[in-house]
Design a protein around this ligand. Structure first.
Ligand SMILES: Nc1nc2c(ncn2[C@@H]2O[C@H](COP(=O)(O)OP(=O)(O)OP(=O)(O)O)[C@@H](O)[C@H]2O)c(=O)[nH]1
Ligand SMILES: [Mg+2]
Length: 335
């Protein structure tokens, strides 16, 4: 589980099944002359349907199986036997998967709710048997039609995880430590940049009988992330839909960093990614308040930015309760 490749974008081919052919046949029975046409119709091809499934958490299965084809319809047979329709192919994808047609770049659908379905490739129609051509003046039809091919498409699937809260910050700001402090997740924490390489989601328990809310921790952002510097800003899509963004600032200014500057770089990168991202609710958390210098830096930060960050320490646990309550209030308001 731990080292499993995290796949959040795949390009795949989908194809509906081919319709079965209509049959050319005539009734043949002892003592019945000119029995008439009795070729059955072909069954329709199955369709390819994507379904949002809460038990699927990555697109890895499709990464290894990039061709998804539904079953063909069965050919019609004599004695007017209709061929069976091909079974639909239901492909389970994680909730939060956006499906785009490659040729047109059009979004075909966005599967966010568990159980939500989208038909992406129709199966082909079944062919018709020769009785369809029978008329008063045409009693022995030899015409019959073939099944139509199923629809084929190249589609791209993009997974955008759906968490109520998204943690963003510079590398080493303590995002993963905070996630570990407030939720059931145990993300890797280490004193170097880019410890977190893939998004991680944790659930914050808010009471014995309430469902709680989810928090996503993504890899750190650095200056020019929008140009691909560091791990780039592509992970921001996983917090794009969060009701609340939490900007985590290392208030101790470790490694000679300036918290105000960090905050400004973060805002700039978020705006570059999507201009309206910060127009939604965001809060600022001042982390590492247990370290020397943090109090002074916080005072300067307040003055320069006019913001009131929540002071916390992921290590000692100070302020974590307040932080959680604040998140819960925002999430509940947006629910
Ligand atoms: N003293 C102190 N150290 C902290 C605090 N929070 C995190 N750290 C330390 O800061 C370092 C980085 O913490 P991480 O949680 O891995 O930081 P991150 O933001 O997830 O970093 P990346 O995943 O690399 O982006 C670790 O050595 C943590 O132990 C805190 O509140 N106080
Ligand atoms: Mg981390």
């Amino acid at each position: 589980m731990k080292n499993r490749k995290f796949v959040d974008t795949v390009a795949i081919q989908v194809a509906g099944g081919r319709g079965g052919n209509g049959c050319l046949s005539f009734r043949r029975e002892k003592y019945v002359a000119k029995g008439g046409p009795d070729g059955g119709d072909g069954g329709h091809g199955g369709s390819v349907i994507f379904r949002a499934d809460p038990n699927t958490d990555s697109l890895i299965a499709l990464f290894f199986n990039p061709q998804q084809r539904a079953e063909d319809g069965i050919h019609g047979k004599g004695k007017k036997m209709h061929g069976r329709n091909g079974h639909d192919l239901v492909v389970c994808v994680p909730c939060g998967t956006e499906i785009r047609e490659m040729d047109t770049n059009l979004v075909l659908g966005d599967l966010t709710e568990p159980g939500q379905e989208l038909l992406v490739a129709h199966g082909g129609k079944g062919g018709m048997g020769n009785p369809h051509w029978q008329t008063n003046t045409h009693q022995t039809p030899y015409e019959h039609s073939e099944g139509e091919p199923g629809e084929e498409k190249s589609v791209r699937l993009d997974l955008k995880l759906i968490a109520d809260v998204g943690l963003v910050g510079m590398p080493n700001a303590g995002k993963s430590s905070l996630l570990g402090a407030i939720s059931n997740a145990h993300p890797r924490v280490a004193p170097y940049a880019f410890t977190t390489l893939n998004p991680i989601i944790g659930t914050v328990q808010t009471g014995e009988f309430t469902p709680g809310f989810t928090v996503a921790d993504i890899p750190g952002l650095i200056k020019d992330a929008h140009k691909g510097v560091g791990l780039g800003d592509r992970f921001l899509r996983h917090v794009e839909r969060s009701a609340c963004l939490t900007l985590v600032i290392d208030m101790a200014g470790s490694e000679g960093r300036d918290p105000v500057e960090d905050y400004e770089i973060l805002c700039e990168e978020l705006r570059f990614y999507r201009a309206d991202l910060l127009e939604r609710h965001f809060i600022v958390v001042a982390n590492k308040m247990d370290l020397p210098g943090a109090e002074d830096n916080l005072a300067v930060f307040r003055k320069k930015t006019g913001l009131k960050p929540i002071p916390v320490s992921a290590v000692t646990g100070d302020g974590i309760g307040t932080f959680k309550k604040r998140l819960l209030r925002i999430v509940a308001r947006n629910a």
